[in-house]
Every structure is written in structure tokens, then in C-alpha cells.
Ligand binder design. Structure first.
Ligand SMILES: *[C@@H]1O[C@H](CO)[C@@H](O)[C@H](O)[C@H]1NC(C)=O
Ligand SMILES: *[C@@H]1O[C@H](CO)[C@@H](O)[C@H](O)[C@H]1NC(C)=O
Length: 393
């Protein structure tokens, strides 16, 4: 009797285990909410999300493989249980940039969210880029970011593609513990401000295995970013993987603990970069920044710290940056530089960079002359191979 009870208890536990350990998702298909091939997905997706979010058990919103049009949507939490959005189709944004504000698809205040599937978010940004050249015109963007994640926690984004965004492809803001895996991001090399993934005020963000080619930074890391790891990312075309720009605004929060490991850059304008504006309105810090095991193929400035970053006219370039950069390591970085400036470290005159290390650097320059290393307001420490030869500080 007693042992029977125990057996039944064990059997019940075994039956329960699969559903608790490997949560089974109920599926909500957007076609049941009126989604049609070449139709408007806005209302079906919004309604399917609302039901999934209220379900109180793991629920997947499924977008089958075909083409849809979608206006601006905000898919909001908090939700009563985990929600997955699985996109197998191609979803197109309005081509007219004026039909969207600063974001196209927003996921907001959701815990345990998954965005998955082999589908594509097509921002149709071609018109916006022509209007968004801030270097030449004062009436410029910002236009809509394709995918914006606000205050999303303990979540995953995997496999999906982001194409031709009007502005940033993905913006991660106020997020904690987010894994971004195997995503593909693509826009032409001359499309303005189409950063691949921009991270701000977030912690525990892990980007792995992405293919990113855009007209701006492949990944950019803004103020308040902590504990960010970027591995196995292919970048190019694009402006590289950047920490910054920092020092443009007041009340910027510290950047701390950034690792860029096992990444490859192909024909990018920069490789690994730290950039801060001169004449920062307030002080800031960027600390514990590691770049390791990186291959550069024909990259403009493979290793660069630029504290005199001034992409627009009218920077007060003579007033030094107040952002303090410290504990930086560049290790095992090899390949080819497209310019002679293979290593260029320009730090702030008022707050020189502290503890910058270069170890096993092997960057050749294929043009005429020698690859060179230049240093301003920094005394790096060198170890292992150094090609170009160490700068004379
Ligand atoms: C730099 O790193 C050292 C050792 O890891 C640490 O003691 C120091 O506090 C760091 N510097 C800053 C500004 O955090
Ligand atoms: C540096 O790279 C070149 C090829 O670009 C290679 O031939 C050479 O052996 C490398 N040097 C070291 C010390 O690794």
C-alpha cells in the first residue's frame, strides 16, 4: 500500500517532468486571426499577441511562411506566461518612412520572450537612406528601427533575419539577460545609420554567431552597457564593432565588461573601435574592454581608439573628451589592413587612456609603405608579436 502510493507518486512525477523541464508551447497561428498572404498583418499579430500574453502558459505566436505587410506595432508585456514569436514568413514595413515613427516592431516589458524562426523583417529602407544623410543635410532622420527591444529580460532572439532597415536594425534598451543567436542582418554598405545591433543601458547581453553587413556599425555599444559578450560575429561591410559613441550627452552611465571574441571582419571601414566625442558635456567611463582572437580581412582601421570622434561638422575638436577609458586589451588580432593605420590609439589629452595592452598583433598592409601604429595620450604595454611595430609614445 505504502509502496504503491510511492510508485504512483514517482510515475506522476515522471509524467509531469517533460512538460515542466522542456516547456511545451501551445500554438496560436496568425492565420486564425485573419492573416493572409500579401495581407496586412498588423491587426492579426496584435490580437494573437494579446491572447498569447494573457494565456498564462507557454504560448507560441506562429507566423507561417508567406509574405505580409505590417504597420508599426508594440507587443507589450508583462505577460502571464512565456511567449514565443516564431516567424517563418517575410514581413514588410511600409516603404514610406513618414508612415513610421522611431520604431517599426517594438517588444516591450516582456520576461522569458523568444523571437525565433527563419523569417525576415524587411524594413524597406531604401527611400529613408536618401533622406538620412546627416553629414550633408540638417533635415535628417532618425527613422524607424526595425526591431526594438525595450526592458526585455531572460529572453532569446534566434535565427531571424533583419533586412534593409530604415535606421538601426535592432535596438536593445534596458534589457537584462538576452541571448541573440545566429541572426542575419543585411543592408547595403552605403545605407546611412543602419547599425546592425545597438545596445544601450543593458546588461548580460550575449550575441553569438551573427552575420552582419550594413552601412554603419555592425554592433554598437552605448552608455550603461555592462557585461556584454560578442562571439563569432562576421562583420562587413560596415563600420566595425564599436564601443560608443560615448560622451555626446549628459548623465551617461558607465560602460563596463565588454568582450569581443572570435570575430571576423571583411572589408569593413573599421575593426574593433572605441569612440568618444570631444568636448563631452559630462564625464563618463569605459572600463574592462577585451578584444581577442580576431581576423581582419582588408579592414580600414583594424584597431582604433578615437577620442576625437567627430562625424559631423562643428565638433569642438580641440576640447578634449572627458570619457575615461581604462583596462583595454587587444589580443591575437591578425590579418590585413586596408590603410597604413593598422593600429591607431588617440586618447583624450585631459584623461589619457589607462592600462591598454596589445598582445600578438599581426596586421599587414598591402599598399605601398609600412603598416603603422600611432599613439596619442596613451602608453600601451606590448607583448608577443607586434606587426606593425609598437608606437613610440
Ligand atoms: C582595472 O583592472 C584592475 C585589475 O583588474 C582593477 O583593479 C582596476 O580597478 C581596474 N580599473 C578600473 C578603473 O576599474
Ligand atoms: C604574420 O602573418 C603573416 C601572414 O600575413 C605570416 O606569414 C606570419 O608568419 C605571421 N607572423 C607571426 C609571428 O605569426
Amino acid at each position: 500500500m505504502g509502496s504503491n502510493c510511492l510508485n504512483i507518486g514517482v510515475i506522476m512525477l515522471l509524467l509531469l517532468l517533460p512538460s515542466t523541464v522542456n516547456a511545451q508551447y501551445s500554438v496560436i497561428d496568425v492565420t486564425k486571426y485573419g492573416a493572409k498572404s500579401n495581407g496586412d498583418l498588423t491587426q492579426p499579430l496584435t490580437n494573437a499577441w494579446k491572447d498569447a500574453c494573457a494565456a498564462g502558459k507557454p504560448t507560441r505566436v506562429f507566423v507561417p511562411k508567406t509574405t505580409y505587410y505590417l504597420g508599426a506595432v508594440t507587443l507589450k508585456g508583462p505577460c502571464k506566461g512565456p511567449v514565443e514569436l516564431q516567424v517563418q514568413g517575410t514581413i514588410k514595413a511600409p516603404a514610406d518612412p513618414m508612415k513610421l515613427k522611431d520604431a517599426w516592431v517594438v517588444i516591450q516589458s516582456v520576461d522569458r520572450f523568444i523571437l525565433s524562426g527563419s523569417g525576415t523583417f524587411d524594413g524597406q529602407g531604401q527611400t529613408a537612406w536618401g533622406l538620412n544623410n546627416c553629414l550633408k543635410t540638417s533635415a535628417c532622420g532618425p527613422f524607424a528601427t526595425n526591431l526594438r527591444f525595450n526592458y526585455v529580460t531572460n529572453s532569446q532572439i534566434r535565427d531571424i533575419k533583419s533586412l534593409n532597415s530604415k535606421f538601426f536594425h535592432m535596438l536593445v534598451f534596458g534589457c537584462k539577460n538576452l541571448k541573440i543567436q545566429q541572426v542575419t542582418i543585411s543592408a547595403p554598405g552605403n545605407s546611412f545609420n543602419t547599425d546592425g545591433i545597438h545596445i544601450g543601458r543593458s546588461s548580460g547581453i550575449n550575441i553569438a554567431g551573427a552575420n552582419i553587413g550594413t552601412g554603419d556599425d555592425c554592433v554598437s555599444i552605448g552608455d550603461g552597457s555592462q557585461d556584454i559578450t560578442i562571439t563569432k560575429v562576421n562583420c562587413g561591410p560596415g563600420h566595425g564593432i564599436s564601443i560608443g559613441s560615448l560622451g555626446k550627452y549628459t548623465n551617461e552611465q558607465p560602460v563596463n565588461g565588454i568582450k569581443v571574441i572570435s570575430c571576423t571582419f571583411n572589408n569593413a571601414m573599421n575593426g574593433v573601435r572605441i569612440k568618444t566625442f570631444p568636448a563631452s558635456p559630462s564625464s563618463g567611463t569605459a572600463n574592462q574592454l577585451y578584444f581577442e582572437d580576431i581576423v581582419m580581412n582588408n579592414v580600414g582601421n583594424p584597431i582604433i581608439i578615437d577620442q576625437e570622434y567627430c562625424p559631423y561638422r562643428n565638433c569642438k575638436a580641440q576640447t578634449p573628451s572627458k570619457v575615461k577609458i581604462s583596462n583595454v586589451s587587444f589580443k591575437n588580432i591578425r590579418g590585413s589592413s586596408a590603410t597604413a593605420d593598422a593600429v591607431k590609439l588617440t586618447c583624450s589629452k585631459s584623461i589619457p587612456c589607462q592600462n591598454v595592452q596589445l598582445q600578438n598583433i599581426n596586421l599587414s598592409y598591402k599598399g605601398s609603405g609600412q603598416a603603422k601604429s600611432t599613439c596619442k595620450n596613451v602608453k600601451p604595454s606590448f607583448s608577443g608579436t607586434q606587426n606593425p611595430p609598437p608606437c613610440k609614445a
